[in-house]
Design a protein around this ligand. Structure first.
Ligand code: ARG
Length: 573
């Protein structure tokens, strides 16, 4: 397995401690933590040893520090801690070379997940229904999690599990007969309009609602005419969705949907009947389990015989295992559906499916206050359009003021808009709710996508002015504290990517990139020198090469990290 610079030093430090203490290195490794930056890079606390050794922790630390010697590490006792600092060399060169050597793949590790498969259910919008804010989050989060797992060498089976089955099609169908314009059957916006109207009417008029249910029953019964109309609606929606995905650079391994399980549900229900058991309740079929208080039973079939969301998810989970033999099966879906997934997963477990505990609901919180000029019903495409419109005003200003050069202001505005919206979402911990603010996400300063894109473009520009990234350089010349601080941020990407995968938490990558960008910016602005002069020092080629190599490593880190987040990295802005 390819190991990061950080993990190699940590392992060597742990090994040395373990040898000195006469215990296995694996016992120590987890206890080696990042140090307080004022005192070093790695830290080992001696408190747990005090009892057995009958000595005060500071004395133990002092003794250990004295006896340890690890190449590349400066070891020192600080109170009860044994601390290690990366010696400037070879550490500085190792980090810079690791980043530059890996290029856009920096942070990844093709060996980590070799032979393993993850299924990721994400985006999964509902056909002919308005896209909600939660589809925006699942699309960004799922895309990024898929990128991260791919970078770690996993086989990724990304599944767009369309909500393409259910009563809502009955609503669209009967609604279309009333309000639809047959000439616009291929217009997604029109279908959504029809759905919204039909839905309102069904709430007020039980007969209309019954008509919709009857239509869905016809679909479930395989009625050719009903299915033909449904298929047309489905095609229209998919075409609309595909435009958005192309815009975001997302390619799913599979675009399928709930309808895939049409006609296969009785077999699933039979299987459930054998293990956890099913029973009839008021004409409906439910899973027969003891439930926690206030937890409703899982409905598998309504009293009119039609199946439900949960029934289809139970079928889909098994189908995915049969097709992919996944090691993990992720569902990137809003927190609002937590109960649904608890119930589905629990049923899978009760069915004794040995892979049931590989399923994970990767839940996320809400976006508050997101609205566009077009209105409250938020469509991802509208959000991106509006972002682009707002960004292009700034791009034009900057162009006129000569602050940027680009031949294609339109393409640049699109890239910045996408970066702004994606980063505005991904920087938040997925479990937390956040309030969307146009000015905040679009700002070129602060914790934003455009700020990171700008930091990246600035590095590209400095390198360009310096005559390109040097092949050879002397890392010993990078002695400024700001240089060493930047190297340490660059170092972190592989660990952060691994943590982000384990916790399904893209925000960790987002935050590291902000740290890299601010370390870079502190370095540029150091002593208020003009940045180009600081890096492209005149009359000292060796120093210039070393500084350019460091800038190049920072550029690579930003590019690799932004790419994992699904954010474009324009060279000019
Ligand atoms: N279509 C559903 C919705 O929009 C999300 C589907 C999530 N995936 C799943 N396997 N249930 O709410």
């Amino acid at each position: 397995m390819s190991t990061s610079v950080y993990s190699r030093y940590r392992a060597a430090f742990a090994q040395a401690l373990a040898t000195a203490l006469g215990v296995p290195a694996t016992d120590i490794e987890a206890q080696v933590k990042p140090a307080d930056p004022a005192h070093g890079d790695l830290s080992f606390a001696t408190f747990p040893l005090a009892k057995a050794q009958k000595k005060a922790p500071p004395a133990i630390a002092a003794g250990l520090a004295q006896s340890l010697s690890v190449p590349g590490l400066e070891i020192q006792a600080v109170g009860p801690y044994v601390n290690a600092r990366f010696a400037p060399l070879p550490f500085t060169a190792e980090v810079i070379d690791a980043a530059r050597g890996a290029g856009i793949r920096y942070g990844g590790d093709a060996d980590a997940g070799r032979g393993k498969t993850v299924a990721i259910d994400y985006s999964s919008p509902n056909i002919a229904k308005p896209i909600g804010f939660h589809h925006i989050r699942t699309t960004f989060l799922g895309h990024c999690i898929a990128n991260i797992y791919r970078a770690l060498g996993w086989r990724v089976e990304g599944i767009n599990y369309l909500g393409d089955w259910g009563k809502q099609f009955g609503l669209v169908a009967v609604g279309f007969q009333e309000y639809g314009d047959p000439a616009r059957i291929d217009d997604m916006a029109h279908l959504v309009e029809v759905y919204v109207k039909a839905n309102k009417r069904a709430e007020a008029e039980p007969e209309f609602d019954e008509k919709a249910r009857a239509f869905f029953r016809r679909m479930e019964a395989g009625d050719a005419e009903a299915l033909k109309l449904w298929n047309q609606f489905r095609d229209t929606s998919i075409k609309g969705f595909k435009k958005i995905y192309a815009r975001m650079g997302i390619e799913f391994e599979h675009i399928e949907g709930e309808s895939r399980y049409q006609g296969k549900m009785d077999a699933v229900i039979d299987q459930i009947a054998k293990k956890p058991g099913v029973k009839e309740s008021q004409g409906a079929l439910i899973v027969d389990l003891p439930y926690a208080e206030n937890e409703p039973p899982i409905l598998l079939k309504k009293n009119d015989g039609s199946t439900l969301y949960a029934t289809r998810d139970l079928a889909a989970a098994q189908d995915r295992y049969e097709r992919f033999q996944f090691d993990k099966s992720l569902y990137v879906v809003a927190q609002d559906q937590a109960l649904h997934f608890r119930q589905v997963f629990r049923t899978l477990k009760e069915m004794d499916l040995p892979w049931a505990d590989r399923t994970v609901h990767v839940a996320f919180g809400r976006i508050h206050g997101m609205s566009t000029r077009k209105g409250q019903v938020v469509q991802l495409n509208d959000v991106l359009d509006e972002a682009k419109e707002r960004v292009s005003v700034k791009v034009r200003e900057n162009l006129e003021a000569g602050r940027i050069q680009t031949d294609d202001a339109d393409a640049l505005s699109e890239q910045i808009a996408l970066g702004a919206i994606a980063f505005g979402d991904l920087k938040h911990k997925r479990a937390s709710d956040y309030t969307f603010d146009w000015d905040e996400v679009l700002s070129f300063e602060g914790h934003t996508g455009p700020y990171l894109q700008y930091a990246h473009a600035r590095a590209v520009n400095v390198l360009r002015k310096g005559g390109g990234a040097p092949a050879g350089y002397d890392a010993a010349l990078l002695t400024l504290p700001e240089e060493q601080a930047l190297v340490r941020e660059i170092m972190r990407l592989p660990e952060v990517v691994r943590d982000a995968a384990e916790q399904y938490e893209p925000s960790l990558v987002a935050r590291l990139l902000l740290d890299v960008a601010s370390a870079l910016s502190r370095y540029y602005t150091l002593g208020n020198q003009e940045r180009d002069k600081r890096i492209n020092v005149e009359g000292n080629d060796a120093l210039r090469s070393a500084r350019l190599a460091l800038i190049d490593a920072a550029r690579v880190t930003l590019a690799a990290g932004l790419t994992l987040l699904g954010i474009p990295t324009p060279d000019n802005m």
